[in-house]
Design a protein around this ligand. Structure first.
Ligand SMILES: [Zn+2]
Length: 70
């Protein structure tokens, strides 16, 4: 299995599509993050999941975490 084949969210396994070629439609753009929340999520996702891309549920989840953490 190719490492680049995104079959689902690396965090929860839920299938989702990262629309890299249509970034305005990507899940990442449906959630408004403060710079510090974004930084927190980016750190987590690159460290733990080797990917900058998570599904919307996980983004919201991590946003809550970031807020609790801050
Ligand atoms: Zn997820």
């Amino acid at each position: 299995m190719s490492k680049h084949a995104m079959e689902g969210c690396p965090r929860c396994g839920q299938l989702f599509t990262c629309k890299l070629n249509a970034s305005l439609k990507c899940d990442c753009n449906q959630i408004v993050l403060t710079p510090s929340e974004m930084q927190y999520i980016r750190d987590i996702s690159t460290m733990d999941y080797d990917s900058g891309c998570l599904c919307l549920n996980c983004l919201q989840d991590l946003q809550q975490e970031a807020r609790a953490f801050a």
